[in-house]
Write a protein that binds this ligand. Structure first.
Ligand code: G6P
Length: 621
């Protein structure tokens, strides 16, 4: 959430900053701004709207070979020009861009106002610019350290100062900051996406670390607080840049109209990647090396608690049901955003699983820390290597989905499910799951990539159904047991990008309330796998059809919907997904729902990758 870029080198900074910001826009896209330091001093341009609006309105003379930029997701104050970053002091000598939240901003703002400073924005970030400007310390680094010493909260910041025109200073506490090393030039970004076009030699700052960046290199320090004096001290650290193995094309949408479409179609290949080397057919088990748990520890697990937000929470519910069915361990998922506020009971024989594509979601990170504070053990299902959650957990499973840019998660979610399935098989096999069942599931998992491809091959037919659904203002998504989290994720995806009101319900609960809302204007997408519940599910469909509710049924070939499929019978769309093992049904039932959401949003003309009010990774509480 919020994107930061910086540049120092031999080229004009502004075009490079704007290019970098465009690549970070999925992290926040309500306003943007840049500041450059050139012969005429510090110049700032910022405005509400997208990066392209900023680029269009940039003054002709905006020269400078040092600069910082920001794309924002509003927290403190609305998305207007004044609240856009960079923020400066009154004399406009220091410019700051910031990602994160300053918790004591209100107190600091009041203190500054009492001293006669006129604050130009409603933001928490602006206080940093004033605090740095007011510091009397000799070096820029000391001034920033002093300012940061006053601040409580999280930050990734980049600072340019007119009195120190040979450097940028960056610091991190909770929000990512990466330095990219070029040839007589250096880049800064909060996400690799903005760097990989220029360099793959990068250094990730740690929490509590600061760096001075000049055109020729960088030096790092840790921000230590001296207990005796309360002053912040800088101690040199030895951080070196390393090569990252990333294909810059992974950050381009290529021929696709959106990243979401590209990422949807990447799923078969990415699913193979998460399974590769992790399936042991001989013993019918998973082979997850990163868990850092031996067989004895695995056997000692009495309960599993899964924590995640948004789609990661819904796939966590799918994971919980896999764990209960295959490993017979009581498991449940809970929104990470709620967890730590109810003083959770943390038990030593519970395995906590944090699920996050970005590895940055602050609610999930704080939930992990809460568990660890109370002595619990947490593993992570994380996509972004080296991200905050990946570093915080005690072990885990990387998802290998590749960079996911669209806000609506597709390929990462699919790989989360597959990671849960492997974990459930592995936990099951040190308990009651038979070798035959283990092998059955391993074989099923092996078939998934090809079957995902088969579903995606029906995109044109799904687009027709999506068009029909896009007409409705309100929709239900219903499913039971394994199918219920599928319905929840389907509704989430649909509402995120189509802005239609999509509500998920257990099919069994319809008659206890929501049936009152069923009418010819309210379609229901029903998840009806060919499992133990198929007859009951079909009976519920009749109840909906009898009230005139149109039905889209996501099911398996051979499931007999009888009269419902006759003209006027209720079914307006039928989607058959390939059969696999029943336990693995949820992911194959989910794929068409992703495609439906995508095509509904396309039909409605929405910005698919950047749905209103949302951001890809939410790094504030
Ligand atoms: C945001 C996104 C959701 C995503 C959730 C969790 O709310 O808009 O699409 O599911 O964060 O993200 P994570 O990176 O932790 O999986």
């Amino acid at each position: 959430m919020c994107g930061i870029v910086g540049y120092i080198g031999t080229q004009q900074a502004a075009p490079l900053l704007l290019e970098g910001l465009a690549r970070l826009e999925h992290r926040g896209y309500d306003s943007a701004g840049v500041a450059v330091l050139g012969s005429g001093g510090l110049k700032v341009a910022k405005r509400a709207g997208r990066v392209r609006d900023l680029a269009d309105g940039l003054p002709k003379r905006f020269g400078g070979k040092i600069g910082i930029g920001h794309t924002r997701w509003a927290t403190h104050g609305p998305a207007n020009d004044a609240n856009a970053h960079p923020h400066t002091d009154e004399a406009a000598r220091v410019a700051v861009v910031h990602n994160g939240i300053i918790d004591n901003a209100a107190a600091l703002r009041a203190e500054l106002a009492d001293d006669g400073i006129v604050l130009a924005s409603d933001t928490d970030t602006e206080v940093l610019a004033h605090l740095i400007a007011r510091s009397g310390a000799a070096t820029l680094e000391q001034r920033i350290a002093e300012a940061l010493g006053r601040v409580e909260g999280t930050y990734g910041i980049a600072v340019a100062h007119a009195d120190f025109p040979d450097r940028l200073v960056v610091a991190r506490n909770g929000s990512p900051l990466i330095i990219g090393v070029g040839d007589r030039e250096m880049h800064v970004a909060s996400d690799l996406a903005a760097l990989v076009r220029y360099t793959t030699t990068v250094a990730h700052l740690d929490d509590g670390e600061m760096a001075t960046i000049t055109a020729g290199g960088f030096t790092t320090y840790s921000l230590g607080r001296l207990e005796a004096t309360g002053r912040t001290e800088l101690m040199a650290t030895d951080r070196r840049a390393k090569e990252v193995d990333i294909d810059p094309a992974a950050y381009d949408a290529g021929d696709h109209d959106s990243f979401m479409h590209k990422e949807l179609l990447e799923q078969p290949a990415r699913a193979e990647a998460v399974l590769r080397g992790r399936l042991d057919d001989r013993f019918g088990t998973g082979h997850l090396g990163g868990l850092n748990l031996d067989a004895r520890e695995l056997r000692g697990i009495r309960r599993v608690k899964i924590l995640g937000c948004g789609s990661a929470y819904y796939v966590g519910q799918m994971g919980a049901s896999l764990l209960e069915e295959l490993a017979r361990i009581p498991a449940d998922a809970e929104p990470a955003s709620e967890f730590r506020y109810r003083n959770p009971i943390v038990e030593h024989d519970t395995l906590y699983v944090a699920v996050s594509q970005s590895g940055e979601t602050i609610d999930t990170l704080l939930a992990v820390q809460e568990v660890q504070r109370k002595g619990g053990r947490v593993i992570g299902l994380v996509n972004v290597v080296g991200s905050a959650i990946a570093r915080q957990v005690d072990g885990g499973i990387y998802l290998h989905a590749g960079p996911e840019v669209a806000v609506a998660s597709t390929k990462a979610l699919t790989n989360m499910f597959l990671a849960f399935a492997m974990l459930a098989v592995q936990l099951g096999r040190v308990r009651d799951l038979s070798i035959a069942d283990g092998r059955r599931l391993i074989a099923g998992l092996t078939r998934i990539p090809e079957q995902v491809d088969q579903v995606l091959a029906t995109e044109a037919e799904l687009a027709v159904v999506a068009k029909r659904l896009a007409e409705a203002e309100n929709l239900f998504f219903v499913g039971r047991v394994r199918g219920f989290p599928v319905a929840r994720e389907g509704a989430q995806k649909f509402k995120e990008i189509s802005y239609r009101h999509a509500e998920a319900y257990q099919t069994s609960e319809l008659k206890h309330g929501p049936l009152a809302l069923i009418s010819p204007e309210v379609p229901t997408v029903a998840i009806v796998p060919d499992d133990e519940l198929v007859e009951r599910n079909v009976a519920a469909l009749h109840e909906i059809a009898a009230r005139g509710g149109p039905l889209v049924v996501v099911t398996h070939a051979g499931v007999d919907l009888g009269d419902l499929e006759r003209p006027g019978g209720g079914v307006v769309g039928r989607i058959d997904v390939p059969r696999n093992e029943r336990e693995l049904d949820p992911i194959l039932l989910t794929i068409p729902l992703q495609v439906l959401a995508y095509h509904a949003a396309l039909e409605l003309g929405h910005d698919i990758d950047k749905p209103r009010n949302l951001a890809k990774s939410v790094t504030v509480e």
